[in-house]
Design a protein. Structure first.
Lengths: 398, 187
């Protein structure tokens, strides 16, 4: 295969994403720093100050203003990015929905962090899970390398003429955003060629030959039709993302997919989990496989749109599947990922037993022993059919 | 996989040292991770940072519970932090201290593995003129657990510091690493 050794650069997940933004070189970045996203904005601002990019950097006074500036700028025909975390995402909420319904392909790295309160700066997915119905595409990255790659990939997904939706590129706060790993950065030229020049599909605010209005009042007469089109765009996304990923994989020699299946072929039981915990789980799968247990892992990379068919195909292979949720939806019936998986599996011909484990809230560490414990419980359920609790809390004092 | 835990106080360069070691290993073709444990951050507060080094890709993202090596950059932490927590049976404890290793063993009631000491604060004061013991500790670590070689550390110090702090201070850092390597006591 590869003959020359890949050069790896020591970078944190945040720095890696800032490098992707440097290579993409958007026309405009409007951002407000918030832990643990800060280093993205800090590093990218340095690139602007050093003249490494020609991006117009707008240091706004809040996230509400950040997303507002992004909407204006993208509607004016400028390729636009921002980045945020947790309460920053919460503060831009109103405009997050407007960005999606105005069909503006803004790409926003989100460094996942627990939403207050109580106030906490560490990782969980309560911030982006809350935004799952906002109309944004959501991609979750296992490590810093993936966060870097997904930021580049997201540009092509967002800007595809039959999608035109904003994308959140998520990674785990501190766990990957602040850990240094060896990152393979692609050549600037290849990334620039892959991204291409931004050519807005629709007429823009600055297109004086084709005057248009963005965001006008839209009442009973047409609001519904516009929402229907938005739903159609998300449907398009689920069928187009695999092709866009295939092209990315070919260009950069990678293996991105809607979901990743790890040792699922003959798996009797499986864990389904997003982001960095999937990496820790892989090591546990390897250990347990060495001891003769048929265990596997499913890692959805794309959560919005929800890759229903792929989840059904993967989860149906196992007898018991545990969903690990790094947030709670306080519905009293499990976390948001569990909800979605369970809902998808209603249409499956072969339905595995599903259980949920809420874990890692507020950055609580999840150990390999705890993950192994989940697999042991799953193997036990597989043998006896007895489920102690459908909804469990992992690693919490009770 | 080798896991190192560093104990220091905010501002002493424990994060820099952990990352420096990781970067040196990366340049030698190893897979690495380096990350701090973020709590309420303030200068002088006890902090822990980590380095993971392996020949294979590192996929885990959980915290380090049972390190093979513990490096204590600030000796006053011995009174307040359980620095040997989780340290493996055959592990290595390296402390910045003027004391003999056996004194540290008695103080911590630690009879396992290897204990090493080096007066990195004194070395740093005599070479750099400021108490910045983190770079000498890298030299001491190389003595007690050869991971990247002294030459590699020196190359990396030059590459990283020469432009930033000039030749005089860079050489002082290199001198600190060499002296710490020579003066480390193992017991």
């Amino acid at each position: 295969m590869a003959t020359k050794t890949k050069k790896l650069t020591p970078l944190t997940g945040d720095q890696a994403v800032a490098e992707a933004m440097r290579q993409i070189e958007p026309d405009v970045v409007a951002a407000y720093p918030i832990t643990p996203q800060t280093e993205i904005v800090m590093t990218f601002s340095q690139f602007v100050a050093d003249g490494k990019v020609r991006t117009e950097m707008i240091p706004v006074e809040s996230e509400h203003s950040a997303m507002s500036a992004c909407v204006g700028s993208q509607a004016a025909g400028a390729r636009t990015m921002t980045a945020t975390s947790a309460n920053g995402l919460a503060l831009m909420w109103e405009i997050v929905y407007i960005a999606a319904s105005t069909r503006l392909p803004i790409v926003m790295p989100v460094v996942n962090r627990a939403l207050s309160g109580p106030i906490n700066i560490h990782c969980d997915h309560s911030d982006t899970m809350g935004a799952r119905d906002s109309g944004w595409i959501q991609i979750y990255s296992e490590n810093a390398q993936q966060a870097y790659e997904n930021t580049i990939l997201a540009m092509r997904i967002a800007e595809h003429k039959d999608i035109l939706l904003p994308v959140m590129v998520c990674q785990d706060g501190f766990i990957t955003s602040h850990a240094v790993e060896g990152i393979e950065l692609f050549d600037d030229d290849i990334v620039k060629k892959y991204i291409g020049e931004y050519k807005p599909v629709m007429p823009t605010l600055l297109d004086v030959d084709n005057p248009v209005t963005y965001g006008p009042l839209d009442l009973q007469d047409y609001y519904f039709e516009h929402k229907r089109q938005q739903a159609e765009a998300m449907k398009n996304a689920i069928s187009l993302i695999p092709d866009i990923m295939a092209e990315f994989n070919k260009t950069f020699n990678r293996k991105h997919d809607l979901i990743e299946e790890y040792k699922m072929l003959d798996a009797e039981v499986a864990i389904l989990v997003l982001s960095s915990t999937a990496g820790t789980t892989k090591a546990v799968v390897d250990d347990l496989r060495n001891k003769g247990h048929k265990v596997g892992l499913i890692r959805p990379e794309v959560f919005r749109p929800f890759p229903k068919q792929r989840i059904i195909e993967a989860a149906s292979k196992a007898k018991v599947v545990a969903v690990l949720d790094r947030s709670d939806s306080f519905s009293s019936q499990g976390g948001p990922l569990f909800d979605e998986v369970k809902s998808a599996m209603y249409d499956a011909d072969k339905k595995p037993i599903l259980v949920d484990y809420i874990f890692g809230l507020g950055g609580r560490d999840i150990s390999m022993e705890e993950i192994e414990g989940v697999y042991k419980e799953l193997l036990d359920i597989s043998k006896t059919g007895n489920i102690k609790n459908q909804i469990n809390h992992l690693g919490v004092r009770e | 996989m080798l896991e190192v835990r560093w104990h220091g106080r905010g501002g002493q360069g424990a994060k820099t040292a952990a990352q420096f070691l990781a970067e040196a290993a990366l340049e030698l073709g190893k897979q690495i991770q380096s990350f701090p444990e973020y709590g309420p951050e303030r200068a002088g507060a006890p902090i822990r940072t980590y380095t993971r080094i392996d020949d294979k890709p590192i996929t885990i993202h959980c915290s380090v519970k049972e390190p093979e090596v513990v490096v204590v950059i600030d000796p006053t932490l011995l009174n307040t932090v359980d620095v040997t927590e989780g340290l493996k049976e055959d592990g290595i404890l390296l402390v910045n201290s003027a004391e003999e290793p056996k004194v540290i063993r008695e103080k911590l009631k630690f009879n396992k593995g290897k204990v090493a000491t080096v007066d990195a604060t004194k070395i740093s004061l005599e070479t750099l003129g400021i108490p910045m013991p983190n770079t000498p500790m890298l030299g001491a670590l190389e003595k007690v657990k050869p991971l990247v070689s002294i030459d590699k550390l020196i190359d990396k110090i030059k590459a990283k510091f020469l432009k930033k702090i000039g030749e005089e201070k860079t050489n002082a850092n290199i001198e600190g690493i060499k002296r710490a390597y020579e003066e480390t006591k193992i017991g």
